[in-house]
Ligand binder design. Structure first.
Ligand SMILES: Nc1ncnc2c1ncn2[C@@H]1O[C@H](COP(=O)(O)OP(=O)(O)O)[C@@H](O)[C@H]1O
Ligand SMILES: [Mg+2]
Length: 245
């Protein structure tokens, strides 16, 4: 069992407003770690802290056994860490094509072209709206574009913040299934913050439950789903034992 990211005793927040308290955990390689918890419990802050976007009071962050505490977002991106925030991960006024070109600008031109070809093969649907501005895409289509833009840089780890927010249930499942494919076909390590707790937990490999800035459950997603107290109290899930008649 190898870990790609390790965080130790993170205490973090925004200036003097502390959000995370003593957060310690591992993100395992080529697995999907699902992060759930009530609104305001610090899920987004956790992702942002890994990416160096919050105030870190104390604690350490390691990426592939090297300390990355204090590194800036672009330095982390270069190392293979892709962060997809909840909003603002595509350029709304640019076309699909222009978005892909923009996000490959740090690559050599022929490599960029090659990678763009690859992501279109991976997400053929992008061809259908190649010249459309991102603002005209549906939420699900935009999410696919954002994924494609991140994939261009061949990340090792992708941190998703509520990729299915505001999507219909059917489209939400399609987006989640694309995220599963990233693990299965590209071997990408995924950290997935999700409000569709049940759907994400059914598909993930490991669960973290955040409450009030602390991890109060860490383990098998199924164990969390079947934990009647935690799942009804914090996830709005009524769990029942399917094996019982
Ligand atoms: N940029 C910010 N500045 C100050 N406080 C923030 C900021 N972003 C989030 N917060 C606060 O941090 C707490 C945790 O928020 P967040 O991590 O976004 O929770 P979650 O993603 O679990 O809903 C909330 O009280 C929220 O109001
Ligand atoms: Mg959030």
């Amino acid at each position: 069992m190898s870990e790609v990211i390790k965080v130790e005793n993170l205490n973090a927040g925004y200036r003097s407003f502390q959000v995370l308290f003593d957060v310690t955990t591992n993100i395992e390689s080529k697995k999907i770690t699902v992060i759930v918890g009530p609104n305001g419990s610090g899920k987004s802050t956790f992702l942002k802290t890994i990416c160096g976007l919050t105030t870190l009071y104390s604690g350490k962050i390691f990426y592939m056994d090297k300390e990355i505490t204090g590194l800036l977002p672009h330095q982390l991106a270069k190392k293979g860490l892709a962060y997809l925030p909840q909003i603002g991960n595509v350029f709304l006024n640019l076309t699909v094509k222009e978005n892909l070109i923009m996000s490959s600008y740090t690559l050599e031109k022929n490599i960029a072209q090659e990678r763009i070809k690859e992501v279109i093969e991976y997400f053929p649907i992008l061809k259908d709206f190649w010249n459309r501005r991102a603002i005209t895409l549906s939420g699900g289509e935009r999410q696919i574009l954002a994924m494609a833009m991140a994939l261009l840089r061949k990340p090792k780890v992708m941190l998703f913040d509520e990729p299915t927010a505001n999507l219909s249930p059917k489209i939400a499942i399609q987006v989640l299934d694309e995220i599963i494919k990233l693990r299965d076909e590209y071997g990408i390590t995924v950290v997935l913050v999700e409000q569709n707790a049940r759907k994400a937990l059914e598909r993930g490999d490991k669960a973290l439950l955040f409450v009030n800035g602390r991890i109060i459950f860490e383990g098998e997603p199924k164990a969390l789903l079947n934990h009647s107290e935690l799942s009804s109290l914090y996830l709005g899930i009524k769990s029942f034992n399917l094996n019982k008649n």
